[in-house]
Design a protein around this ligand. Structure first.
Ligand code: BG6
Length: 254
């Protein structure tokens, strides 16, 4: 019955949280590799967490990806989200416009009746360009807003899948392979030990900027992401991991 399956997931949530050293794991039933509605359920769970943990006027930085797009799709207004500002965590990462963090920020703001700011920077910046861009007053102001974020919400991808999706240069692909990259999150690539092996050159939130004060929600599911989620959590366990049964079982079986 319903009660039984609910407590079954609860047990899985506790085991997963212990295994990954996260404060809280939330597991929705199913495997999003197989059914797209499972991603929407993760989105719904994430929206609920955001409503619980945010307060009016807070700033929340969001990453891109199809999972975050599902979170945006499920967003709705709430008294805690009044005047909340949604900002992209980092600049262009080579994604299609529908799943870019800018698009996701504006969709979330629209659905939550909140505010948003966009970060317009091209993908694949040279060091020189990046250094001069961050001195531009408009960008500088936005970067300081991003650093004030109370909450960061992001997805995790498999390194290879993400590199291919972003049409990463052959040279970088080779180096990701050599360094055995397993996971990707907002433009950073990690090996199985959770060490950063590559970082896309863009502006915005840098992993070093994350302190214990920011509340970090990771949303990622599907059994295919088991290794990626595990690797990323070795780098920095999140406050809340929202995932699905498919990924959770596969992680515990690793
Ligand atoms: C990217 C995010 O856009 O999407 C990453 O910057 C994330 O944080 C990736 O790893 C995940 O994508 P998806 O489509 O699997 O949710």
């Amino acid at each position: 019955g319903v009660m039984k399956s609910v407590s079954g997931l609860q047990d899985l949530e506790e085991r997963l949280a212990r295994a990954l050293h996260v404060n809280q794991a939330i597991i929705v039933s199913g495997n999003s590799d197989r059914y797209s509605w499972v991603k929407k359920e993760m989105g719904r769970a994430c929206v609920q967490q955001m409503k619980e943990k945010l307060a009016p006027k807070d700033i929340v930085a969001v990453a891109g990806g199809t999972t975050l797009a599902a979170v945006a799709e499920m967003m709705s207004p709430d008294s805690n989200l009044e005047e909340v500002s949604f900002v992209p965590a980092r600049g262009g990462l080579g994604e299609k416009v529908e799943i870019q963090s800018n698009t996701i920020s504006s969709t979330m703001a629209q659905k939550a009746h909140g505010k948003y700011r966009l970060l317009h920077v091209p993908d694949q910046l040279s060091d020189e360009t990046r250094e001069s861009l961050i001195l531009e007053p408009g960008i500088k102001e936005l970067l300081s807003i991003i650093r004030q974020a109370k909450m960061v919400v992001h997805g995790v991808g498999e390194a290879e899948t993400m590199a291919a999706r972003r049409k990463t240069k052959a040279e970088t692909l080779g180096s990701l392979k050599d360094k055995e990259a397993a996971a990707e999150a907002f433009g950073y690539y990690f090996d199985r030990a959770g060490q950063i092996v590559h970082k896309e050159n863009t502006v915005g939130l840098q992993l070093d900027d994350l302190t214990n004060e920011q509340f970090v929600i990771t949303v990622a599911g599907g059994a295919s992401k088991a290794e990626a989620i595990t690797a990323y959590m070795k780098h920095r366990p999140s406050d809340v991991l929202i995932t699905d049964e498919g990924a959770a079982q596969a992680i515990l079986d690793l």
